[in-house]
Design a protein around this ligand. Structure first.
Ligand code: DGL
Length: 276
């Protein structure tokens, strides 16, 4: 009897997170920071990056394969960290565990933060084309003005680790200068890679503009679902972080370890996997 009760109150399985590449580590970083007692398995589909230049159908196929891989690792919750993938998969995709995508929490946070209802969404070409952020923001604030801008060169700059670099600043200015005259007060970083080059984006808009980070929005959502009991906490006392990549990359390993070091001292296990 007591055995049954305790098994209902905790769940020691990992939370699964996936992204096309390094960007989703910004989401993982927020999750690890907020839920340090949880186990995580992160899948980076490095063999097939970038997703942002691919068709909706291809992104959907890749995403479903990634989700099946994480399900095969018996995760207790599955987080689609990649914004581009999030436009193509839906929360009710699997019955066995809750599935989260970053669009809903990011759009809700943007709608909550804006004062003048002028919001910019920066994302990949595929995510902008899907229009999901605009739809979700307008569902919260029907009279909002939503401006969109695809910034495809931000992804390789973030992957390269040029996070506060004159070249990144120049490219940020080139993409975003037209938005400056629109009196925007809130900017959705609608691609997981963009928080890595946040400093360059901030330099264009100035410090008064709210930058919405998918990782922060997702951590809030997961926190609410821990509180409501939708997700049960790990109480085993053992914590592991696994990073699985579809193509081996020493650069990825070094950069992800560097990004996670300020929030966790847990030793990361790296694996190379196939999801096909
Ligand atoms: N990290 C992905 C996203 O959030 C985009 C990167 C890519 O193009 O693969 O949209």
């Amino acid at each position: 009897m007591s055995e049954d009760l305790s098994s209902k109150n905790h769940d020691d399985r990992a939370i699964g997170v996936f992204d096309s590449g390094i960007g989703g580590i910004t989401v993982l970083r927020e999750l690890v920071k907020n839920f340090p007692n949880e186990n995580f398995i992160y899948l980076g589909d490095t063999a097939r990056l970038p997703y942002g230049s691919k068709s909706a159908e291809t992104v959907r196929n890749y995403s479903v394969q990634n989700m099946k891989f994480l399900m095969s690792r018996n995760v207790k919750a599955l987080i689609v960290a990649c914004n581009t993938a999030s436009t193509q998969v839906f929360e009710d995709h699997f019955e066995k565990c809750p599935v989260y995508n970053v669009i809903g929490p990011g759009a809700a946070l943007a709608a909550a933060k804006t004062k003048n209802k002028k919001i910019a969404v920066l994302a990949t070409r595929a995510a902008i084309k899907a229009g999901s952020y605009t739809q979700k923001i307008l569902a919260h604030l029907p009279d909002a003005e939503v401006f969109t801008q695809a910034c495809p060169l931000f992804v390789p700059l973030a992957e390269e680790g040029w996070h506060d670099d004159p070249i990144t600043n120049l490219i940020a200015f080139r993409y975003l200068q037209n938005l400056k005259s629109a009196d925007i007060d809130t900017v959705v970083l609608g691609c997981t890679h963009y928080p890595l080059i946040r400093t360059s984006i901030e330099k264009v808009f100035g410090p008064h503009v709210h930058l919405i980070d998918s990782g922060v929005a997702m951590a809030q959502q997961i926190g609410e679902d821990f509180n409501s009991g939708k997700i049960k906490p790990n109480q085993s006392g053992n914590v592991a972080i696994t990073i699985a990549l579809t193509d081996t990359s020493e650069h990825f390993e070094a950069l992800s370890a560097q990004l996670l070091a300020p929030v966790s001292s847990v030793q990361i296990t790296f694996e190379t996997v196939s999801v096909i």
